[in-house]
Design a binder for this molecule. Sequence first.
Ligand code: CTP
Length: 475
Amino acid sequence: MKEFHTEAINHPIFKLIGEASDELGVDAYVIGGFVRDYFLKRNIPKDIDVVAIGSGIELAKKVASKLKGKPEISVFKNFGTAMIKHKELELEFVGARKESYNRDSRKPIVEDGTLEDDQNRRDFTINAMALSLNSGDFGKLLDPFDGLTDLDKQIIRTPLEPGITYSDDPLRMMRAIRFATQLNFTIELKSLQAITENKDRIKIVSKERIVDELHKILLSSKPSVGLKLMHQTGLLPLILPELTALQGIEEKEGQRHKDNFWHTLEVVDNIAENTDNLWLRWAALLHDIGKAPTKKFHKKNGWTFHAHEFVGAKMVYRLFKRLRMPLNEKMKFVQKMVLMSSRPIILSEDHVTDSAVRRLVFDAGDFVEDLMTLCEADITTKNPRKQRKYKNNFKIVRQKIVEVEERDHVRNFQPPVSGEQIMTTFNLKPSKEIGIIKDAIKEAILEGEIPNEYEAAYNFMLEKGRKMNLKVHSE
Ligand code: CTP
């Protein structure tokens, strides 16, 4: 076993935990993500895992009694763990354990164990490194699987035979892919093969945990790394079959369409350069999913994906529901982005008119900038001339958005004449005429026939009423 003294743990909390463990006569180690991220010089995580060779709960109690302000401890007896929130830190204490797994569940049978048992049961060599906290050997690195070398070589490797590690806890398949994406590491070939062999076991993992990992993949700087690994190992069709369905190029009568799967991965990487908004990144991932079910070949028009945005938006709901993701305004936002995802490009192909931009701003409301970010990411053409043309046209659209906004205020547009007022003016009871007039006013404003102002709208209403043979009510 390699020994290594380090200054990794010069935060005073570690000395304090060391003292508490000395007093209890147990050995204690900081382990897992903290140690990994320290050696990677990443931002040190706020959650710190401490393993005790003995009772983690007793150690937590002792630590809490030594801390100023005597913080509360959350004890999870069933898991043998305890958690202390101390300033910005979350300290998690657990007794070292040995685990054996049942094939149908991620819940292991747990027994007390040695540090080595505990390290054996961990997911990756880079997550199994421990630093001693006791005063006798404070800061000593215990790294039985040579995680430090794997960090250096940028490799994701399991401490045990990968088949055992992944079959024990299939969530680790997603974790491996997520770490490879976040850290830009390579998954060892044996591991990659074991993931492929065990992929179907992902079904025993809760949707929430899978989605957590998906979010982390999507939030990384190059999400395509993880999505490609999911594709390569066969996990993708089990989790997001809508994406796999986009793969492939068909050719008929000499006409081909682009491969919408690989295109989507490019779009997701593009958008990752411009926004950290998780839901906008989801929108990029799903913007074309309606293309698989709507694909048709027409003798005259070639390949078409008629109404794919509409179909795609409906699929977003079903996908979120299946993955137990929130069916709230986040989902509606993704739907809206998918639904509108072709609007700016259509607009930019043509001469950009004010009324088209007004309609775009009106329909996208507060999300018009997000929509533009999505649509700019959607430009993946390798033809530099086309690329320049689209980018330039989007610049014009963005400029026009600002101009139109300043002049017409159509974002979150409230018609300047209300339904109430239409009813009083023409002495109408609630009826479809009111809707017709309201719509006509809105259309006239969006088309630029009248300005978005009260007086113009009022006069337009009188005129429209006259054409509909309505009489102005005089009191
Ligand atoms: N662990 C594991 N198998 C899992 C989850 C976690 O072996 N399915 C172990 C790993 O040793 C890991 C530690 O538990 O380092 C803590 O897990 P967690 O807090 O989920 O992950 P971190 O490694 O800290 O990384 P992150 O915070 O980025 O998830």
